[in-house]
Design a protein around this ligand. Structure first.
Ligand SMILES: Nc1nc2c(c(=O)[nH]1)N[C@H]1C(S)=C(S)[C@@H](COP(=O)(O)OP(=O)(O)OC[C@H]3O[C@@H](n4cnc5c(N)ncnc54)[C@H](O)[C@@H]3O)O[C@H]1N2
Ligand code: MOO
Length: 404
């Protein structure tokens, strides 16, 4: 008898099967999109030294206290300090240093007058405004204090985070990388475009969808686009490729009929086949083949992609250290009544929209429940989730929606 298990149960097993990947050290520039596996301690403060936020003049506030448009204060310009100057000539009372944005403040100066409030002189400068101490000054460690944690493990590294790592002087980071995935479509009926179709044949599309979905997570993917429904052939083609994969995903050949190539080849080889209480995506399998994690998805295109959303995506994201593995979930009012099979979670393809400023949006189905209706999926932007106990959801009912 085939075991029937809940969506949550299969999902938890898929996530446990993939586990957490071993962290690796990569150049900082290659880390965007990945999760940081170790805390990053700053070895330098940011800013590393007190510096000017403006092009202007470093002065003592007391020396320009009386300055105004009508009675400017004139000071000799003793030094020129462009950004990058590494010596620090002290500022003597009653003098100014011309200073550029990002240049180190000279010892003795306590404020900056921006060039627009002066005559811009290079020998002497006339200052037309009084400024308080600390004006346009960026203090050491204002952003990051040396020795503190600049980035916490578990952080999703986006442009700002890799930028910060570079700013505190790191050239590499320890991160979780995406798995290398082998995607295999099975079915003697499958033909790859542009080869012509005979009656009874269809164009292979699942691998294209699954590759797109995996690449969106950052995975490297190898594909076998069509293996015939022959167990020996399946083993001969796929087994040698396993060594280079962290995960095998198959489509098709897992239900109840004859010629179920995936089921026949992998039953007894470490993969368990079961029914999950969901629609579409009922027939599923999971386990290891030659030590490599395997998730077997049903062949109906909508079933395959919904299975990816519900099981593969969260498991892959979790293996890459992500703590948020779910699609954003919102509540929405149904624009039309829906029916759902008792005892199964139904994932209907839908289109969600909301009026700006309103909390609850509305959602309508795209296509019926049939798992061959790929064109309807292509018009959808969400999955409508009808729980196991729901058999009828009337128009206007509030439902959970997963935004894709
Ligand atoms: N007697 C039963 N029959 C079926 C059951 C069942 O419980 N008892 N379950 C049905 C459900 S639900 C699904 S889903 C499918 C799953 O079947 P398989 O995973 O074995 O998939 P196939 O039979 O190989 O293909 C199903 C369908 O999808 C088309 N397909 C397959 N691969 C591709 C591909 N790569 N690109 C495009 N289309 C593909 C295939 O031609 C079939 O039409 O089983 C039901 N049957
Ligand atoms: O559960 Mo199957 O996956 O409906 O089409």
């Amino acid at each position: 008898m085939v075991r029937v298990i809940s969506v949550e149960h299969h999902r938890a097993e898929a996530t446990a099967l993939l586990g957490t990947r071993t962290p690796v050290r990569l150049p900082v520039a290659g880390c965007a999109g990945l999760i940081l596996a170790e805390d990053v301690t700053a070895d330098v403060s940011l800013p590393p030294f007190d510096n000017s936020a403006m092009d202007g003049y470093a002065v003592r506030a007391v020396d320009v206290a009386g300055a105004s448009e009508d009675s400017p204060v004139e000071l000799p310009v003793a030094e020129d300090i462009p950004a990058g100057r590494v010596d620090s000539p002290p500022l003597l009372p009653g003098t100014a240093h011309r200073i550029m944005t990002g240049a180190p403040m000279p010892p003795g100066a306590d404020t900056v007058v921006m060039v627009e409030k002066t005559d811009g002189g290079t020998e002497t400068v006339r200052v037309f405004a009084a400024v308080p101490p600390g004006n346009h000054l960026r203090r050491t460690g204002e952003d990051v204090q040396r020795g503190t944690t600049a980035l916490t493990r578990g952080t999703l590294l986006g442009p700002a985070q890799v930028g910060l790592a570079a700013a505190v002087g790191l050239d590499s980071l320890v991160v979780y990388t995406p798995p290398r995935v082998l995607v295999v479509s099975t079915g003697t009926e499958l033909v790859t475009a542009p080869n012509p179709l005979k009656h009874g044949q269809i164009y292979e599309s699942n691998s294209v969808m699954l590759v797109a979905a995996l690449r969106a997570l950052g995975c490297e993917v190898e594909t076998v686009r069509s293996v015939v429904d022959d167990v020996d052939e399946f083993r001969a083609v796929i087994e040698p490729k396993l060594a280079a994969a962290d995960l095998l995903i198959t489509s098709g050949g897992v239900s109840a009929g004859a010629y179920e190539v995936v089921k026949d080849a992998l039953t007894g080889a470490g993969v368990e086949f079961r029914k999950v209480a969901m629609q579409p995506g009922g027939p599923q399998g999971l386990g290891r083949w030659n030590g490599v994690p395997v998730l077997t998805l049903p062949g109906n295109p909508v079933s395959s992609l919904v299975s990816f959303e519900v099981f593969v995506r969260p498991a892959v994201l979790a293996s890459m250290g992500h703590s948020i593995v779910d699609r954003p979930r919102v509540r929405a009012k149904l624009t039309e009544a829906l029916r759902s099979p008792a005892g199964k979670v139904q994932f209907r393809r839908g289109f969600y929209s909301h009026v700006d400023g309103e909390v609850t949006g509305e959602v309508g189905p795209r296509g019926g429940p049939g798992s061959h209706l790929l064109a309807a999926f292509a018009q959808a932007n969400c999955l409508i989730v009808l729980p196991e106990e729901v058999t009828e959801a009337p128009q206007g009912a509030e439902v959970n929606v997963l935004l894709l």
